[in-house]
Design a protein around this ligand. Structure first.
Ligand code: KIV
Length: 281
């Protein structure tokens, strides 16, 4: 058996077990090479519908389609072999009915090979979650700031700022757990609410802008690598790839214009046999 075939991809059991253990390390991923770089360090990779904003240039996640999620999900599955991979269900793919949710969730699971789907779960979605879990689709919920609902809320605003909002977010979290979600993302809420949800629920909570009280953390990879222009307050930047990329492209443009690229080492030559002298590898 090769070393590669001994690698075990994490399962839903590993994620659930983290409730009592070390914080879960989670990041978003959208393509194979980046997923391959992140895979050894992450417990969970989320193919988030944030792909619409940070890769496709949309102004919100509302325009993201099933085809986009499937394409990016397939790429992330090809690039990873260890992390648990969750694919977001896009806006409009699950809200109408439990049957619609199952048709689209099963299509995502079959066509990407991912381990679970995520639903931005208002309390109404409990029915969908229950229906999916009963039929073999593990579901991660998502409460608090739900980016697919920004047109109702009026923007990317932190949630749970008054008693009524707190109660609503708490109710969404309880409903997701009762319906059978194996974990939930909590986005954009104050620490005391994230703490209360984390202590109340028996499933892991994964926070984004929801304090260190959660059982794990997730960030949008482009935000933490400094590739995307707009960085919310809760993001810590671990890199500045935007300026690294700009520096590299500037140097390339300079070399092309000065005809110093390509040089001898980067040029194919005909050998004596008349065959192209192609580099090895
Ligand atoms: O789409 C996404 O990237 C997400 C994260 C913000 C959790 O849902």
């Amino acid at each position: 058996m090769s070393a590669q075939s001994q690698v075990r991809r994490k399962t839903v059991r590993d994620i659930i077990a983290a409730k009592q253990g070390e914080p879960l390390v989670c990041l978003t991923a959208y393509d194979a090479p980046t997923a391959a770089i992140m895979d050894p360090y992450c417990d969970l990779l989320l193919v988030g519908d944030s792909v619409g904003m940070v890769v496709h240039g949309l102004t919100s996640t509302v325009g993201v389609t099933m085809e986009m999620m499937i394409l990016h999900g397939q790429a992330v599955m090809r690039g990873s072999d260890r992390a648990f991979v969750v694919v977001d269900m896009p806006f409009g793919s699950y809200e109408t009915s439990a049957d619609q949710a199952f048709l689209n969730a099963s299509r995502i699971m079959k066509e990407t090979g991912c381990q679970a789907v995520k639903i931005e779960s208002g309390t109404y979605a409990a029915h969908q979650i229950e229906h999916l879990v009963e039929r073999g689709v593990p579901v991660m919920g998502h409460v608090g700031l739900r980016p697919q609902a920004i047109n109702v809320v009026g923007g990317f605003k932190a949630q749970g700022r008054d008693e009524a909002e707190r109660e609503r977010v708490m109710e969404e979290a309880r409903a997701a757990e009762e319906a059978g979600a194996f974990a939930i993302v909590i986005e954009g809420v104050a620490e005391d609410l994230a703490d209360e949800i984390t202590k109340t629920l028996s499933i892991p909570t994964i926070g984004i802008g929801a304090s260190a009280s959660c059982d794990g953390q997730i960030l949008v990879t482009q935000d933490m690598l400094g590739i995307f222009d707009w960085t919310p307050k809760f993001v810590r930047r671990y890199g500045d790839l935007q300026s690294e990329i700009a520096k590299s492209v500037e140097a390339y443009a300079r070399d092309v214009r000065a005809r110093t690229f390509p040089a001898e080492a980067e040029t194919y030559k005909l050998s004596g046999s008349g065959k192209a002298n192609l580099p090895k590898g």
